[in-house]
Design a protein around this ligand. Structure first.
Ligand SMILES: NC(=O)c1ccc[n+]([C@@H]2O[C@H](COP(=O)([O-])OP(=O)(O)OC[C@H]3O[C@@H](n4cnc5c(N)ncnc54)[C@H](OP(=O)(O)O)[C@@H]3O)[C@@H](O)[C@H]2O)c1
Length: 257
């Protein structure tokens, strides 16, 4: 196991769910954190909490990954010491809506494609050159089982996560001679704000997603991310697929109702 102490870890979407849980686990491991999200108050509070509990060095800022110029500026404005990012966690993402393609609202598609695909590309494009320069680094993408099998009513979300898997695999080949690791961690059902956002704040519908089974929690995914990040230098965990025990894949779940 490789120590994560003093590693610089950049997390997108650190304000809640999986991103926040990753921040906590890396703080426990004494890493230095760069936390970003649109809800900057939440990353500010998290940063203060982690400093108090784990004495973590943290930088935080507002970042909407959909905005290419903002992403480029945020990275180029980092103090030189903080540009030496060891681990990038591309976590920011969302599902919007659950509908047949021909009945769906195309605004949702823009949001998902701009965040899950283009946002991930912008952040990766801005940070990886610093890793290439130093010939060290690790990109960890948060994909989904939706990137492995498309399900009904989820065409665009599934398409974005298929894209994340494709980008993940190409990037690993692009960086093969640069000593940079590339991993994807692909969860099934994790109970976070994810379903609330997908169903536009309808908490009842969101609850139904997890009815009759024990879903994963954000910490389960953070645990897998830490596992990938802490392997010895010569070990690249390419893919991790994690589901609740009661979920076999995107189609089959066992519910005790
Ligand atoms: N929960 C699941 O069942 C599940 C399953 C498979 C994969 N995933 C993936 O896991 C990742 C995290 O989701 P989660 O479950 O932790 O949901 P969550 O609690 O809703 O967290 C999503 C995070 O993404 C951030 N985000 C959304 N749009 C953004 C933008 N334009 N710019 C910057 N940050 C943005 C949010 O921050 P702000 O709103 O503050 O910007 C928030 O911190 C996503 O990529 C999701 O697709 C989740």
């Amino acid at each position: 196991m490789e120590s994560l102490e003093n590693k610089i870890v950049f997390i997108t979407g650190a304000s809640s769910g999986i991103g926040k849980a990753c921040a906590v686990e890396f703080a426990k491991a004494k890493a230095k954190l760069i936390l970003s999200a649109r809800r900057v108050d939440m990353v500010k509070n998290l940063s203060e909490e982690l400093k108090q509990k784990y004495n973590t060095e943290t930088i935080f800022f507002h970042l909407d990954v959909r905005k290419r110029k903002d992403v480029e500026k945020a990275i180029s404005d980092l103090p030189d010491e903080w540009k030496k990012i060891d681990i990038l966690i591309n976590n920011a993402g969302l599902a919007k809506g659950f509908a047949k393609l021909h009945e769906d609202n195309p605004d949702n598609w823009d949001d998902m494609i701009d965040t899950n695909v283009k946002g991930l590309l912008y952040v990766t494009h801005a940070i990886v050159p610093f890793m290439v320069e130093r010939k060290t680094g690790h990109v960890i993408n948060i994909g989904s089982i939706a990137g492995r099998a498309a399900y009904p009513n989820g065409s665009v979300y599934c398409a974005t996560k298929h894209a994340v898997l494709a980008i993940n695999n190409s990037l690993r080949m692009d960086l093969i001679d640069k000593n940079i690791r590339v991993s994807t961690v692909d969860p099934g059902m994790v109970e976070t704000d994810f379903s609330n956002i997908r169903f536009n704040g309808d908490k009842e519908k969101a609850k139904q997603v997890y009815r009759g089974l024990k879903p994963l929690v954000a910490e389960d995914i953070a645990d897998a991310v830490i596992y990938c990040a802490s392997r010895p230098k010569h070990v690249n965990i390419s893919e991790v697929v994690i589901t609740p025990t009661a979920q076999a894949n995107a189609f089959v779940a066992y519910r005790e109702l």
